[in-house]
Design a protein around this ligand. Structure first.
Ligand SMILES: *Cc1c(COP(=O)(O)O)cnc(C)c1O
Length: 485
C-alpha cells in the first residue's frame, strides 16, 4: 500500500468538520429553544428509544456522520428531561447557562488532557485562576487547595482521603504506604441525615461505614448536644462530617460550633456543601454559614446551583499538603513541575478540563451575579411554599432556608403517604413541572428543589397551580371511591 492509498483511506475528512458542527449547533439550538415549553418529563418508552438507536446488531459498515447526529438528536429530543428549562425541580439539578455551554464546547474542541501543565498550559492556568477566585469568593482560608472532580461524590472522596492522611500521619501512621492494615481506627461522626455519598466515599477509602450517627433538629440540622455526646465517646481525633444544605430541607449545620468542638479534640471537619456552599457568595444568606471558613475541607457542585453542565464538583482542602499526599502522584515520567499539575488535586489521571465552564460563569456573572441567582431561587422557594400552603390539605414540612421545599398532602381519613405519592405521580404526568418524592422524618414528601437560573415568578405560579390542581384531583378521586366528602 503506498502513501496515497493510506491517506485516501483515512476515516476522517476534515472538510466535514464545519458541516458536522453546524448540524450539531442546529440540533442544540432547537433543543434549548424547546426546553421552556415541552413537557418537562418526556413521553417516550425505552423500547421506542432502543428501536430508534439500534436494530440489535452493532454496525458493520459505517454510516455518514450527519445522519448519526440526526439519530442522536432525535433520541435526545424524544427522551431527555427538560432539566435545562425553568420548571424542572427534581432531585437537585441545575440548568446550564449559555456561556457555560459555550465554554464546554471549547473544552470539547480543544480536547486537552487536564492532567498536567505540559499537556496543555491554558487549561492548567484556567483551573488555577478558577480555584483562586473560588477560594476568595467563598471566603475560604487563603492557602486552601482545590480539585475539580466529576461531582461531589468524588470531591468527598478527595477530601476524606486528605482527612485520613492528616489524622493518621499525626499518629505516626503512613496510610499511603501501609494502607489501613493495623492502623489506628479513625472515628467518623456524621449527621444521621447526611447524603449517602459520604458513606460511599468512606467505603471506597477502606474506612468502613460504621459511622457514629448524630441526631438532627426538626429541620434536619445537626444537634449540637448530640454531637458533644459523640465527641465524648470517641477515643481518637475524629472526622466530623456536616452539611451546608441538607438534601431534603436545605438546612445548614451550625458550622462554627461544630468546628470549635471538633478542633478541641484534634479532629477534622468536612463540610458537604454540594447544594448550599454557593450561598456563601450572597450577602443575604452568608450568615447561615457562619464559621464555614474554620472547617478543614469542603465540597460543592458546580453542576447544581452554579448552572454549569454536568459534570463538575469541587473539592477544597485547607491542608494542601494532606490533599496532595492523599491523591497526588509521584511517577518517574512526571518530571517535577513548577506549575499546577491538576493530577495532584483529584483521583483521576486523564480527564477533561471541566473547570473551564466554571471560569466562564464566574467571569460572566461575577460574585454579584451569582448572589442574584442564589437570592432569586431562595425567593422562589419561599414563594412556591407560600402559594402551596394557602391551599387546604397542603402542608409545608420544612422551614425553608435555601432552595428546598418539602410538601405533604393530607386528607382526614386517608393515608397521607399514599396521597402524597399519588400527587407526585400526577404532577410528573401533568408535565407542567417535574419534581421527585423523598422521605423526611419517616414521612413521604414531595421535594421541590429550585436551582435553575431560568426560573421566573411566572414559572413558580404555573407550577404551584399545577401542583394544587393535581392535589385536588387526587383528593377528589379518594372522596369518590370512599364516598366521603
Ligand atoms: C448531589 C449531592 C451529593 C452528590 O453529588 P454528585 O455531584 O451527584 O456526586 C452529595 N451531597 C449532597 C448534599 C448533594 O446534594
Amino acid at each position: 500500500m503506498n502513501h496515497d492509498d493510506i491517506s485516501s483511506d483515512s476515516p476522517v475528512d476534515d472538510l466535514e468538520f464545519g458541516d458536522i458542527l453546524q448540524r450539531a449547533y442546529r440540533h442544540v439550538l432547537s433543543w434549548r429553544q424547546s426546553v421552556t415549553d415541552r413537557p418537562v418529563f418526556p413521553v417516550v418508552t425505552s423500547n421506542e428509544l432502543r428501536d430508534l438507536l439500534t436494530d440489535g446488531s452493532p454496525p458493520e459498515a459505517g454510516t455518514d456522520a450527519i445522519s448519526t447526529l440526526d439519530i442522536l438528536a432525535r433520541a435526545g429530543e424524544l427522551g431527555s428531561t427538560a432539566s435545562a428549562g425553568p420548571r424542572y425541580f427534581g432531585y437537585v439539578i441545575g440548568s446550564s447557562l449559555p456561556v457555560a455551554v459555550g465554554a464546554d464546547w471549547l473544552v470539547t474542541a480543544w480536547d486537552q488532557n487536564a492532567t498536567l501543565y505540559s499537556c496543555g498550559p491554558a487549561v492548567s492556568v484556567i483551573e488555577e485562576v478558577c480555584a483562586d477566585w473560588l477560594v476568595k469568593m467563598l471566603g475560604l482560608p487563603p492557602h486552601t487547595s482545590a480539585g475539580f472532580t466529576t461531582g461531589t461524590q468524588m470531591a468527598a472522596f478527595t477530601c476524606l482521603a486528605a482527612a485520613r492522611h492528616h489524622l493518621l500521619a499525626r499518629q505516626g501512621w503512613d496510610a499511603e504506604a501501609d494502607g489501613l492494615w493495623g492502623a489506628p481506627r479513625i472515628p467518623v461522626i456524621a449527621g444521621e441525615q447526611r447524603h449517602a455519598s459520604i458513606d460511599r466515599a468512606l467505603r471506597y477509602l477502606g474506612m468502613g461505614t460504621r459511622v457514629h450517627d448524630v441526631g438532627c433538629d426538626a429541620n434536619g440540622a445537626i444537634d449540637l448536644s448530640a454531637l458533644r455526646a459523640e465527641l465524648d465517646r470517641v477515643d481518637r481525633p475524629p472526622i466530623v462530617c456536616v452539611q451546608a444544605g441538607n438534601i431534603n430541607t436545605g438546612a445548614v449545620d451550625p458550622l462554627r460550633e461544630v468546628c470549635e468542638l471538633t478542633h478541641d479534640r484534634g479532629g477534622w471537619v468536612h463540610v458537604d456543601g454540594a447544594i448550599g456552599l454557593w450561598a456563601l457568595a450572597s450577602d443575604k444568606y452568608r450568615h447561615l454559614f457562619d464559621g464555614a471558613h474554620l472547617a478543614d475541607s469542603w465540597t460543592t457542585d458546580a453542576h447544581k446551583w452554579l448552572n454549569v453542565p454536568f459534570d463538575c464538583g469541587i473539592a477544597f482542602v485547607a491542608h494542601p499538603d494532606a490533599h496532595r499526599a492523599a491523591v497526588g502522584v509521584t511517577a518517574a515520567y512526571l518530571e517535577a513541575s513548577a506549575h499546577r499539575d491538576q493530577i495532584n488535586t483529584v483521583p483521576d489521571w486523564s480527564r477533561r478540563a471541566r473547570s473551564v465552564p466554571v471560569y466562564a460563569v464566574l467571569r460572566t456573572l461575577g460574585r454579584a451575579g451569582i448572589a442574584r441567582l442564589i437570592d432569586r431561587n431562595v425567593e422562589h422557594a419561599h414563594r412556591i411554599a407560600a402559594h402551596l400552603a394557602a391551599e387546604l390539605g397542603i402542608e409545608i414540612v420544612n422551614e425553608v432556608v435555601l432552595n428546598q421545599v418539602l410538601v405533604r398532602f393530607t386528607a382526614p381519613g386517608h393515608d397521607d403517604d399514599e396521597l402524597t405519592r399519588e400527587v407526585i405521580a400526577r404532577v410528573q404526568d401533568d408535565g407542567t413541572c417535574w419534581l421527585s418524592g423523598s422521605v423526611f422524618d419517616n414521612r413521604v414528601v414531595m421535594r421541590i428543589s429550585i436551582c435553575s437560573a431560568y426560573t421566573t415568578a411566572e414559572d413558580i405560579r404555573r407550577s404551584a397551580d399545577a401542583i394544587i390542581r393535581c392535589g385536588r384531583d387526587a383528593m377528589a378521586r379518594r372522596a369518590r371511591t370512599t364516598g366521603t366528602g
